[in-house]
Design a protein around this ligand. Structure first.
Ligand SMILES: C[S@@+](CC[C@H](N)C(=O)[O-])C[C@H]1O[C@@H](n2cnc3c(N)ncnc32)[C@H](O)[C@@H]1O
Length: 271
């Protein structure tokens, strides 16, 4: 078993994504804190819309709660859209959100290393914030490339190794986890620095661009709401968000608490 929780299959296919709540709470806490950086779903849809005509067949691999999936249906008007994820609960949310928006789309429960899709089926694929859960992301890229038609476009998105590093120091300073600053990055297997090299093994990389996101947590409760969703730290304090917030308030200097993450996008084409 890896010491990195994002690479521990028991956690990834268990506590991290078995239900909706952790991912939804984490996303909401981050969105509330964000003070700069482009909207990721918009950026992905914009990158694809520039290369993929309406009426295409589109894959959203590791679709999670379907936020990007919905944006793709709206912007690309695909003929067929397959939203793929290993989590039954998250696929149910995606299916419900697609249904509520009156959007077309099929959900597929599968591992991105072994897609139950024919060769060359798709004109476009999105792979956002999920390959860092694979110890072998290159194998997943090869599998996604197999499903793209020649000339088909993929947009692959990940974060920098040092994402949210300032929070490691806050958790350490608050004496909540003495090893917070020495734990491996959650993004170590697929990150801004190795994105190009890994993708280029199976696809022709057209462009990579990086976008810095800055987050400001307004108070200790807001920070606690985010920290409680991250599996990186070993915080033994009990009592949930209220006790964690109280400890942060007592032990840290005054808010706001600022942190950063670089979001990186690769646009690549199947030769
Ligand atoms: C952080 S979420 C990203 C969701 C979405 N793409 C987004 O940008 O918001 C990571 C997703 O990857 C999925 N995932 C992790 N390992 C997977 C695997 N081996 N095969 C398919 N999906 C996987 C998880 O279930 C989760 O929904």
């Amino acid at each position: 078993m890896s010491t990195n929780p994002f690479l521990d299959p028991t956690l990834v296919h268990g506590d991290l994504y078995r239900g909706n709540d952790r991912l939804a709470d984490r996303t909401h806490a981050l969105h509330r804190a964000k003070i700069s950086g482009s909207d990721v779903a918009d950026t992905i849809a914009h990158l694809l819309a520039a290369r993929v005509p309406r009426g295409a067949v589109v894959l959203d691999i590791g679709c999670g709660r379907g936020t990007t999936t919905l944006r793709l249906t709206d912007r690309l008007r695909p003929r067929r859209l397959f939203a793929v994820d290993a989590s039954v609960a998250l696929l149910r949310t995606t299916r419900d959100r697609l249904g509520a928006a009156g959007a077309l789309g099929s959900v597929v429960c599968a591992d991105f290393h072994h897609l139950p899709l024919p060769d060359s089926v798709a004109d476009a694929a999105v792979v956002a914030f999920c390959l860092y859960h694979s110890p072998t992301p290159g194998l997943a890229v090869a599998e996604i490339a197999r499903c793209l038609c020649p000339g088909g476009t993929a947009v692959l998105v990940t974060k920098s190794l040092d994402s949210y590093g300032e929070l490691d120091h806050l958790v350490h300073a608050a004496e909540l986890d003495p090893h917070a600053t020495s734990r491996p990055s959650l993004y170590e297997s697929f990150h801004s620095g190795n994105l190009h090299t890994i993708v280029a093994k199976n696809l022709t990389v057209i462009d990579v661009h990086h976008d810095e996101h800055v987050f400001q947590f307004a108070d200790a409760t807001h920070l606690a709401r985010y920290l409680i969703t991250t599996p990186k730290y070993r915080i033994t304090l009990t009592g949930g968000i209220p006790n964690l917030a109280e400890a942060l308030q007592q032990r840290l200097s005054k808010p706001p608490y600022t942190t950063r993450s670089t979001v990186s996008y690769a646009v690549a084409v199947r030769p």
